[in-house]
Design a protein around this ligand. Structure first.
Ligand SMILES: Nc1ncnc2c1ncn2[C@@H]1O[C@H](COP(=O)(O)OP(=O)(O)OP(=O)(O)O)[C@@H](O)[C@H]1O
Ligand SMILES: [Zn+2]
Length: 702
């Protein structure tokens, strides 16, 4: 295709066309949004694109990530996306990086090579990391996210607009550990327990299994005032800790006998033990334990034959004939699925036992987790979930719709064109959402907010951290607060004479010395420790990030207020998720491959008020089209909401929804240029603001 580079000249001015083809663009993420974005970029004339994605293609991606085909499964998303795009547009130069954007090779100099950075990510940590590098490199960042039919695009330019971290982002919901372990009262509590605690104890890495133990956040030998109920909880936890080895299969133990033993331990013995802790049941009804013999009087004949005939790759539901994933199983069927799935893991997938992490795309794992969670729900008289619904909650799944990704990608490119043409006053934060009453999809634009001086990323921030300095360890502060909550990659900490750092280039004895500090409580650190009023400086030289944490010592934080044992206040994500389902991955989320991190819970924009003036919005799909596009749209049934936890790709925030709400009330001139309707009406002059060059507004990208 010799002339492919000429496609867009019919729409854009010569100058803009030249800028588009000479600009260098970095795309981060080659998933649902990334695939659409790449296609729209090259179709708009972009020629120099670098693409980063850490993941490989899965079958479940194929329904919406249209650059990928079945024979690509298992291969690098970034490389295949680049290869396929090049076959569509051979003149495009696409460099693919099969890597995590947080790797040190993608440093400030790397980011400085680009004129634009476009994110198509699915988790908050990676988004925040890219934001920090874009702010430091002074490169415009266009952020995006989708969740079902809604989506959002925002533009971040240092010194001109707010950065991605200027507004609070919802943090994934977490639950008090004692609720999960001893006193659940909602289905999600049982699902999180099953996925993060039981599953990890049965099949996970030994290092990971204590993730939910309250004791892991406490310094050795610490003591604190505790209620009688709290004491009972601790006692219950101690019992659970002692019993860890009983979760493992004994040598020579038959798979089914092992599964039966685990059932009896978890749903009979442990439950009876808990029931015996009267302090716990003063204000609530005690659970009941389950008797396997009465649920399945003849286990051997019921299950042994089915297990024997099961072939590798089969699932418990398949061999038991439970084919309707929307059915809510009775206790008996939950027990059958639990026993079979666990027996199948140890007999057919023994090599993975001891190193697994729950994966929503692993059917056998989902069956084990949901049946186990339902059995616990039955003990506590909580409604059970169907496999389909339970999987959605466990995997933080939200349907992803290819059409939404395509619209959002188009809107990303529209903002990119405004930047390249120097039309910065035309930049908008754009929201795609549903008009509930009219059944239409609507696009709204807001003027981007100015930078917030107190932002921890682009401003000078001081955050307040309230925790118990006597019981919180340095390791907990670093892992759960500084790395996980503040998204710092390579922390450097200082407070008076206390200094701590990580990263390459340290001498062996330094590493040893710093590691020796990790188990200490904060008040016992060198230089007198961290106390009420201490100011801890936190730096990440790689991210060019620094802030101050003002420590307040509080010894009696209520688990309801601070389920993770601390409260962070200031210019940080403090907003709470409005979506329970987003929480499922919340308590555990390992800072691993990131895609299983809770990204950021979404509070999606509200539908417009009934009396809303519809001229003020762009209606891009009418009711008929909406239903046909819904039918055509590929949905993913197993979408993880970020990480872990978020609606995977969404970056919606409560403030976004407020912003949308207020945009609805604003006058028409605030509304985004009706780019979507311009093509329909053939009014190319609507594109004027994209084509015009405004030297006063242009940002220096040199
Ligand atoms: N730190 C990171 N570095 C590079 N790429 C990342 C990083 N974090 C996430 N990604 C990529 O961002 C993309 C987000 O795309 P999307 O939300 O469609 O998720 P997905 O993983 O493809 O879908 P699903 O979650 O349903 O399997 C993914 O391809 C993911 O690998
Ligand atoms: Zn900021």
């Amino acid at each position: 295709m010799e002339s492919d580079a000429q496609w867009p000249t019919t729409i854009f001015t010569k100058t803009l066309t030249e800028r588009i083809s000479s600009s260098r663009v970095l795309c981060v993420g080659a998933g649902g949004i990334g695939c659409e974005l790449l296609k729209t970029l090259v179709c708009s004339g972009f020629q120099n694109i670098e693409l980063i994605d850490l993941d490989t293609i899965e079958t479940s991606n194929l329904n919406r990530q249209f650059l990928f085909r079945k024979h690509h499964v298992g291969q690098s998303k970034a490389r295949i996306a680049a290869q396929v795009i090049k076959s569509i547009k051979p003149s495009a130069k696409i460099v693919a990086h099969h890597a995590n954007v947080k790797e040190p090779q993608f440093d400030l100099d790397f980011f400085k090579q680009f004129d634009l950075v476009l994110n198509g990510l699915d988790n908050l940590e990676a988004r925040r990391h890219v934001n920090r590098l874009c702010m430091a490199a002074e490169r415009p960042l266009i952020e995006s996210g989708t969740a079902g039919y809604v989506g959002q695009v925002s533009v971040h330019i240092k010194g001109r607009t707010e950065c991605f971290e200027c507004s609070p982002k919802p943090t994934p919901k977490t639950y008090p550990i004692c609720t999960l372990r001893n006193t659940p009262d909602k289905p999600i509590h049982c699902i999180v327990w099953s996925k993060d605690l039981l599953f990890m104890r049965l099949l996970g890495r030994p290092d990971d299994v204590t993730d939910l133990d309250e004791g892991s956040s406490k310094a050795e030998g610490s003591s604190s005032v505790m209620s009688a109920e709290g004491q009972a909880v601790l006692e219950a936890e101690e019992v659970a800790k002692e019993d860890l080895s009983t979760f493992l299969r004994k040598e020579g133990e038959e798979p089914l006998a092992y599964a039966v033993r685990i059932f009896e331990k978890v749903y009979k013995e442990d439950m009876d033990h808990l029931i015996g802790m009267e302090e716990l049941w003063k204000k609530r009804a005690p659970p009941k334990s389950l008797l396997l013999a009465s649920l399945l009087p003849d286990i051997e004949s019921e299950l042994k034959g089915a297990l024997k005939e099961s072939k590798p790759g089969a699932t418990a539901c398949k061999i038991l004939g439970l084919n309707n994933s929307n059915q809510k199983w009775e206790a008996r069927d939950n027990a059958r699925v639990f026993l079979c799935s666990l027996a199948m893991f140890v007999s057919q997938r023994s090599a993975e036992v001891g190193s697994m992490i729950f994966d929503k795309d692993d059917d056998l794992a989902v069956e084990l987790v949901i049946s186990a969670s339902n059995l616990r729900s039955i003990c506590y008289d909580i409604p059970v979930q169907s496999l389909f619904d339970g999987k959605g909650m466990a995997g933080n799944i939200i349907h992803a719709i290819a059409t939404t990704n395509a619209i959002i990608s188009g809107l990303i490119v529209v903002e990119a064109l405004k930047i390249l043409s120097g039309s910065l006053s035309a930049l908008r934060s754009t929201f795609l959402f549903e008009h509930k009453k009219a059944g239409n999809a609507l696009i709204r634009g807001n003027m981007p907010e100015p930078p917030k001086p107190g932002c921890m990323s682009c401003g000078q921030a001081q955050l307040h951290l309230r925790l118990d300095t006597g019981t919180t360890t340095l390791s907990y502060l670093i892992e759960k607060i500084i790395k996980k909550r503040l998204a710092v990659c390579v922390p450097m900490l200082q407070c008076g004479e206390f200094f701590y750092e990580e990263g390459e280039g340290l001498e062996e004895d330094e590493v040893e010395m710093y590691q020796g500090l990790l188990g200490r409580s904060l008040n016992k650190l060198p230089g007198g420790g961290l106390h009420n009023g201490s100011i801890l400086s936190v730096k990440d030289e790689f991210q060019h990030f620094n802030l101050e944490l003002i420590i307040s010592h509080v010894s009696d934080l209520e688990p309801e207020d601070a389920p993770e044992g601390f409260i962070l206040e200031g210019a940080i994500p403090v907003a709470k998720s409005g979506m329970e389902a987003t929480a499922a991955a919340s308590t555990t989320t390992k800072a691993s491959g990131d895609s299983n991190l809770p990204a950021n819970a979404a509070r999606l924009p509200a539908a417009p008020a009934e009396d809303e003036d519809e001229d003020a919005v762009v209606i891009i799909v009418d009711e008929t089209a909406a239903s046909s596009s819904a039918a055509a749209a590929s949905t993913r049934s197993n979408k993880e909401m970020d990480e872990g936890a978020l609606p995977a790709t969404s970056i919606m925030t409560p403030s976004s929804s407020v912003a949308v709400g207020s945009a609805l009330k604003r006058s028409r001139e605030q509304v985004v240029e009706p780019v979507a309707s311009s093509a329909d009406k053939g009014k190319l002059k609507k594109w004027k603001h994209l084509a015009g060059d405004n030297p006063d507004e242009a940002i220096d990208l040199s």
